[in-house]
Design a protein around this ligand. Structure first.
Ligand SMILES: Nc1ncnc2c1ncn2[C@@H]1O[C@H](COP(=O)(O)OP(=O)(O)OP(=O)(O)O)[C@@H](O)[C@H]1O
Length: 263
């Protein structure tokens, strides 16, 4: 089987979120050469919620995302997707196939293909570009592409070459490329780095519109942006949860203030 053969199959079963949470991280530990990057981390994400994760450099945010997607294996602890999917037993492609999509900071769209073709390619996943762009789209697939373009605000850019999009538009296209794979949980790494103010506002609208239908975890350094989208914020520090609550609650938390002042 070719690399990523399980990846990006659009139809996946629903994770069992009957106990409210879609993601359970419990007592996780990760050491790199004796250094504890993740230290007894326990964190729950509810089904349909939009959660922001903040924390100073080196707090363990990326490592936490890497555990969820199977890129990094913890030394101990538990990571469950819903009630029944043990993430620590799955490979990276199996985790993606189970319905966890990740958007990295830097956009990686296919620059020489059109916006719609990028969505088609993402929808067909592991198939070759040649196959993907010649396969006839079903009515349902075409409808998904149209709906996704509307969600990400790129309907007008259907035929435009992706390489000609602005930085912000490329980021939205890449979010669209995840959406056509119908993920249940979306992990989004620093979505607004390098964006104009206007692009940031549009990204805030986009991410908040995805919550409910999807569960969304956003790691972001820009506090104004976090304030504009967050209901609940988790602050990581030295690999553990330092504080959790509304933006106002965590910003007024003395321990959080000290950690950020100490940066
Ligand atoms: N592969 C690795 N080998 C050794 N140390 C690592 C490795 N990956 C991460 N670390 C260390 O683990 C700690 C946590 O890193 P991580 O990238 O998860 O933090 P972060 O909160 O995402 O930081 P930033 O906001 O700067 O991206 C850091 O001290 C980092 O240097």
């Amino acid at each position: 089987m070719s690399e990523g053969a399980h990846l990006r199959q659009p139809e996946t079963g629903q994770p069992d979120a009957s106990h409210k949470a879609i993601l359970y991280l419990e007592g996780l530990n990760v050491s790199f050469d004796g250094f504890k990057a993740i230290n007894d981390l326990t964190l729950y994400i509810d089904s349909g919620e939009l959660r922001c994760i903040i924390g100073p450099n080196g707090a363990g945010k990326t490592t936490m995302m890497d555990i969820i997607t199977g890129k990094t294996r913890p030394n101990s602890g538990q990571a469950w997707f819903g009630q029944t999917v043990d993430l620590l037993k799955l490979s990276e492609p199996e985790i993606a196939n189970a319905g966890i999509g990740r958007k990295f900071q830097k956009p990686t769209v296919f620059e020489s293909h059109s916006v719609a073709e990028n969505l088609e390619l993402a929808m067909h996943g592991n198939k070759s570009v040649w196959y993907s762009l010649r396969a006839r789209l079903s009515g349902e697939q075409q409808a998904l592409i149209d709906e996704t373009l509307q969600t990400i605000g790129l309907t007008e850019n259907y035929h435009q070459q992706a390489g000609a999009l602005s930085h912000g538009q490329k980021q939205w296209l890449e979010i669209g490329m995840l959406l056509v794979q119908k993920p249940h949980l979306l992990l989004v790494d620093e979505p607004v780095a390098g964006m104009t103010h206007q692009e940031m506002e549009r990204t805030a609208e986009l991410l908040t519109s995805l919550a409910g239908k999807h569960s969304v975890v956003v790691v972001e350094h820009d506090m104004d942006f976090v304030r504009s989208i967050a209901n609940k914020v988790t602050v990581l520090h030295q690999g553990s949860v330092l504080a959790e609550g509304t933006m106002d609650e965590v910003q007024n938390d003395q321990r959080v203030i000290e950690v950020y002042l100490g940066e």
